[in-house]
Design a protein around this ligand. Sequence first.
Ligand code: NAD
Ligand code: DAU
Length: 363
Amino acid sequence: MTQENRPILVTGGAGFIGSNFVLDWFALEPSPVINLDKLTYAGNPLTLSSLEGNPGYTFVHGDICDGDLVANLLTKYRPRAIVHFAAESHVDRSILGPEAFLKTNIDGTFTLLRAAQAYYQTLEGVEKEGFRFHHVSTDEVFGTLKPEDPAFHEETPYAPNSPYAASKAASDHLVRAWHHTYGLPTLMTNCSNNYGPYHFPEKLIPLMITHALEGKPLPVYGDGLQVRDWLYVKDHCSAIRTVLAKGTVGETYNVGGCNQRTNLEVVNLLCELLDELVPESKFRPHKQLIQFVTDRPGHDRRYAIDARKIERELGWKPAESFDTGLRKTVKWYLSNTAWVEGVTSGAYKQWIEKNYGSRKAEQ
Ligand code: NAD
Ligand code: DAU
């Protein structure tokens, strides 16, 4: 078997970015995928139902904190790479319940690193030379920017502000240490806010689309002038494939869309798109649904990514603009109502009540 045809082990492949990555991987790459996912509230096997019966696809329902399971999978499938997406990923949930974040994001990454290192020691020749541990991380580890600050670059000091960001920062440091101390061939990407198909409707963009379609209030935190740097999810996936194929071992690469928008701008754009694409809606103009609510505690004011390193060294650039990506995204949600209904049942409703119930409407 050639190196390219050997499998990769993906963690968290039933979540938003992981599932987009797995689906794109099967469209573009020759090698099999083993997908290890715990199927938390954020993991949805239905997203990958088109891969059922595909001999190259293996789904394993399990926890990255289970060291024996991870070690057995590595011994059994002998992957050429681990692409590590699995995480608790929602900032608001980390504020109301940080425990799971420390467990999965820190302990889970530690467990994977230890198992990967033991497995790496058993490899020889091209198998050893080619092995990579790719850690998928976030720009939130860098903290928050003032309006005049330059964008985050790879040397920006870490200053995480939420329990989520702190747990991701800890995992990044572990990855760095496993490379530096034990020589594990690691790669790391720190990406800005993603949006696109299969995004769980607890996050800003899918929450606003699904609420607007039902005529529910669109809850904008604080003054809505916080800035995020948005990237279409398939561009994030192409960046990960590029770094996996060509990245320098031990390096980190910042990934972003060079597309800074205030939250209010994003919500207004979504409302305009829905006015256009759902002309029969009785909630038009959808902007009337916008409601300012109590801010997120510790809310980071601005994120922005300087992605010049990955462009200069590896030739990666996003393919999608915000206008084209957002239009595709809204159309996707309009044509995939069954997927949305599947993920917005009982537990989701409880989350909405828990997170928004006590927020006051503000002027
Ligand atoms: P997500 O919450 O949509 O999906 C996470 C997936 O991990 C789910 O399928 C879940 O079941 C699985 N999982 C959680 N705990 C697990 C465990 N203990 N063992 C095995 N599987 C487990 O997250 P996402 O938005 O797809 O993010 C994926 C990764 O990308 C995360 O590491 C996140 O920090 C990072 N990231 C996300 C963004 C973004 O905008 N969403 C941006 C940059 C980086
Ligand atoms: O920057 C990368 C990060 O982007 C990822 O690491 C995280 O996993 C991902 O969840 C995302 O974090 P954010 O906190 O930026 O995303 P979220 O969609 O939760 O919020 C985006 C902005 O919108 C943020 O400023 C908070 C605001 N917001 C969010 C929600 C859910 C609102 O105003 N109202 C809302 O109801």
